[in-house]
Design a protein around this ligand. Sequence first.
Ligand code: PAF
Length: 283
Amino acid sequence: MVPAAGTRPRTLGLVPTMGALHDGHAALVAQARAQNDVVVVSVFVNRLQFNDPADFERYPRTLDEDVALLARAGADVVFAPAEEEVYPDGPPLVAVSSGPLGGKFEGASRPGHFDGMLAVVAKLLHYGAPHPETAVPVRYRAYFGQKDAQQLAIIRRLVADLAYDVDIAAVPIVRSGAGLALSSRNRFLGEAEAEAALVLSRALFLLKQRADAHEPLGLDDAEALIRSQPLVDLDYLEVVDPSTLEPLAFNCRETPFTGEALALVAAQVGPVRLIDNMPLGGA
Ligand code: PAF
C-alpha cells in the first residue's frame, strides 16, 4: 500500500530485473506491492553476467513495454540506469566472488555468470536502500524469482556473508497454462520447441508427486522422460539441498523421500538454454 499523503513510508521493496518483463516479473512486483509502501523496480541488462557477448547483444530490450507493465503492476519508481551510471569506471576492479555455490550447475556451463550477476546485485541493493537518515526506520526487502534458484541461493549468501540490511524474498515460479516456466528467453522458442520443453516441468511435477507421497523419487524415471524428447538436450537433473545446492544422493533414488529438497533441471532446447526447478517436501 502506498502511504497516505504526508505520512512517511515504512517499507520499501526493490525488484531488480533485466527488463523484457513478463507475467513472472509482474508476480514479483505484485508481491512487493502487497508488502511495501514503496516499490522500486530496476531495469538494467547487465553485460557482466553474460558469458557469451552474442547472448548479451540479442537479449530483448523492451523498455517502453516494460514501463507500461510496471505501471499496471503498481510500481512506484522505475530505475533504468545507463551502463555508465552503474559502471562509471568500466568493469569493477574489486569483485564479489560467488565462490563454490557459483561454480556448479549454471555456473559450470556459464563461467563467470554468477560473479557478474553479483557485481550488479551488490550495487543495486545499495542503490535501492532507504536513506539511512529517514526519521522513521524503513524496512527494506528485495524480491527475486524462485525460477533462478541458484541465483537466489547465491544472493542469500551475499546478504548473509556481507551483512546487507535487507530481507530477501523469494517469489514462486509463474508457469504457462501448459506448465512451462515463464522466461524472457521463451520468445526464442519455435512452436515445436516450446511444446517439447514441457517435458522439463512434467519431470519436475513427477518428482513432486512422489515427494508429496513420501515415495522414492525415482530420479532415473524423470531423467528418462526428459531424454525421450529428441528436441530437448538435457544438461542436468539433480536433487539438492536448497541452501548449499549439494546433491542429496540419499533422497534421490531408492529410499522414501524425506525432508526438504530442490529439484533442478537445465536443458538446451533449440537456441535456448532453459532452467526450471521444483521445491520438494517442506510445508
Ligand atoms: O534475475 C535477473 O533478472 C538478473 O540476474 C538480476 C538479478 C536482475 C541481476 O542482473
